[in-house]
Design a protein around this ligand. Structure first.
Ligand code: SF4
Length: 254
């Protein structure tokens, strides 16, 4: 097992045992006891949901928080709810996953070059974690970023975007969050952090069922993320050299 994989394993164990937010502990456990009728045969996870994906990922996805009957039931990020159906199909189509479906922890899903994290790890009432709960949980995302040192971060929604920028501000990598406005398709270079941040609308049912968010919109952004990673001069110096040569040859022919 690689160093990153070991560190993530230790971190994930810590996350799963976390009880820092009394309101969320009560809610996640209550949902797990009471269950939804359709899932009455399931043993709900009912604990914080750790990060999931490739321990050598160059892309980290920052979601919001587990769904009460989705990952709070299955124990894996975005697994078992409508948001996950949309997200994993998009990741599969863009070549970041080996399959398009995610139904339970042992369903064979593997992410390629992607690690999924979140602003909060426990299912919140009404899908809305409090600011204090997000701050309680932020350290876990910081540690994931430190372990993975990704070249790209994709924020699923404004909360993920703000939380990630909050980490950079706290570390002095950016002076303030105000210059970085969230929008679907937003993209900013963060040279101090040696990475690029991308933003997309969260794949919640509210967004996907109203047509605010479509598969084509995710495909465009994921395509840009992929091209960025493929052409990144730090990750692919060879590609950059080839590109420089091609450009120089083009200029020579003019
Ligand atoms: S939200 Fe995060 S900090 Fe709060 S109890 Fe869950 S894992 Fe712990």
């Amino acid at each position: 097992m690689s160093r990153q994989a070991k560190l993530l394993q230790v971190l994930n164990k810590e996350i799963v045992g976390c009880r820092k937010c009394p309101r969320l502990v009560e809610y996640r456990e209550c949902v797990a006891r009471e269950k939804r009728l359709a899932y009455r045969d399931w043993t709900y996870w009912g604990k914080p949901v750790p990060g999931f994906g490739d321990p050598h990922a160059q892309l980290v996805i920052v979601g919001l928080a587990p769904g009460a009957h989705g990952s709070n039931r299955t124990g894996r990020m975005f697994t078992g709810d409508r948001s996950g159906v949309f997200l994993f199909q998009a990741l599969y189509d863009a070549g970041f996953a080996n399959q398009a479906t995610a139904v339970k922890r042992d369903d064979g899903l593997r992410l390629k070059n992607v690690y999924i994290a979140a602003a909060a790890r426990c299912a919140p009432p009404d899908n809305k974690p409090l600011l204090s709960e997000i701050l309680n949980c932020r350290g876990y995302l910081e540690r994931e970023i430190d372990i993975l040192q990704p070249r790209a971060v994709l924020a699923l929604g404004k909360i993920g975007w703000d939380v990630f920028l909050g980490i950079l501000k706290h570390r002095g990598a950016i002076p303030a969050r105000v210059g970085y406005r969230f929008a679907h398709g937003a993209e900013v270079d963060l040279p101090e952090a040696r990475m690029r941040l991308f933003g997309v609308y969260h794949p919640s049912q509210q967004n996907t069922q109203t047509g605010l968010l479509t598969p084509a919109m995710y495909a465009r952004v994921l395509g840009r993320v992929r091209r960025f990673l493929e052409q990144d001069p730090i990750l692919n110096p060879e590609h950059t050299e080839k590109r420089k040569k091609t450009l120089a040859q083009g200029r020579g022919r003019r």
